[in-house]
Design a protein around this ligand. Structure first.
Ligand code: NAD
Length: 249
């Protein structure tokens, strides 16, 4: 355990898979006590078991980010189990394609509920505990698609752009109260959310990325780790793009 997050108590959403699971693992490796929340309970529990077997401290709880009552219970669990909360990573998210004409009202509202309302409810529920600890940090996982547009993913762009700006607004709201808020913007990362790509699509994505590979979940967790550590004590309201150089063109 390297200890860059020693003393931190971190609630991580979407901790069962992909980028969230990498956060659970990396944060625990660096000494944080972790509460992992997700709706995929078996997978989430397995990730936590592996972390504990490796010497980390983590628990899993069922957490649907759209449910305000469950958020309150998760914060209470952190307090009851570990004595408080210092850190929140709003990572849970979904993706489905759909342009202006293809997206349905139902699809739009589901995307907003999970990707946008979820992080807001998380901050709302966690902020009393984060303020109380005197040195709180929030990372909201947005996307490169929260900064630039692309055709055919309208509601995803809407939610990720919103996450970028609610992060900056919350950062300014709580700057005097000991809570930092930042957003992280992954490029294309190898996780289940991107689905099964054809070899052609896979090659086209890699060709567009200067580093010529997709990112790994750990690449994103390492960025959040910095932002949640005291190394980032002077960093709030910023956006960290982790995309292999994709947006540098
Ligand atoms: N993989 C990428 O290329 C990429 C790029 C940019 C941003 N992101 C963002 O990273 C985050 C993590 O995605 P990932 O790539 O690890 O995908 P993933 O599908 O592997 O993980 C997403 C997790 O969120 C959980 N989740 C979904 N709905 C939930 C809900 N209502 N409540 C709680 N948990 C819920 C899922 O069960 C899953 O475990 C998402 O916000 C995603 O938009 C991913």
């Amino acid at each position: 355990m390297a200890g860059r997050l020693e003393g931190k108590i971190a609630l991580i959403t979407g901790g069962a898979s992909g980028i969230g699971a990498a956060h659970v693992t990396r944060f625990a490796e660096e000494g944080a006590k972790v509460i992992s929340g997700d709706i995929q309970d078996d997978l989430g529990a397995t990730v936590v078991e592996e972390v504990c077997a490796a010497g980390g401290e983590a628990i899993y709880t069922h957490l649907d980010v759209t449910d305000e009552a469950i958020w309150a219970a998760a914060i209470q669990l952190a307090t009851d189990t570990f004595g408080g909360l210092t850190t929140l990573v709003n990572n849970a998210g979904i993706y489905h394609p759909g342009g202006v004409e293809e997206e349905t009202r139902e699809g739009w509202e589901r995307m907003i509920a999970i990707n946008q309302t979820g992080p807001w409810l998380g901050m709302k529920a966690a902020l009393p505990a984060l303020k109380a600890c005197g040195n709180g940090a929030v990372v909201n996982i947005s996307s490169l698609f929260g900064i630039i547009g692309s055709p055919g993913s309208l509601s995803y762009h809407a939610t990720k752009g919103a996450v970028r700006l609610i992060s900056k607004s919350a950062a300014l709201e709580f700057v005097g109260e000991g809570v930092r808020v930042n957003s992280v913007h992954p490029g294309q990362i190898e996780t289940p959310i991107i689905g099964d790509l054809t070899p052609e699509a896979d090659a086209a994505i890699k060709a567009a990325i200067p580093m010529n590979r997709m990112g790994r979940p750990e690449d994103i967790a390492n960025g959040s780790l910095y932002l949640c550590s005291d190394e980032a004590a002077y960093v709030t309201g910023t956006e960290l793009v982790i995309d292999g150089g994709w947006s540098a063109y």
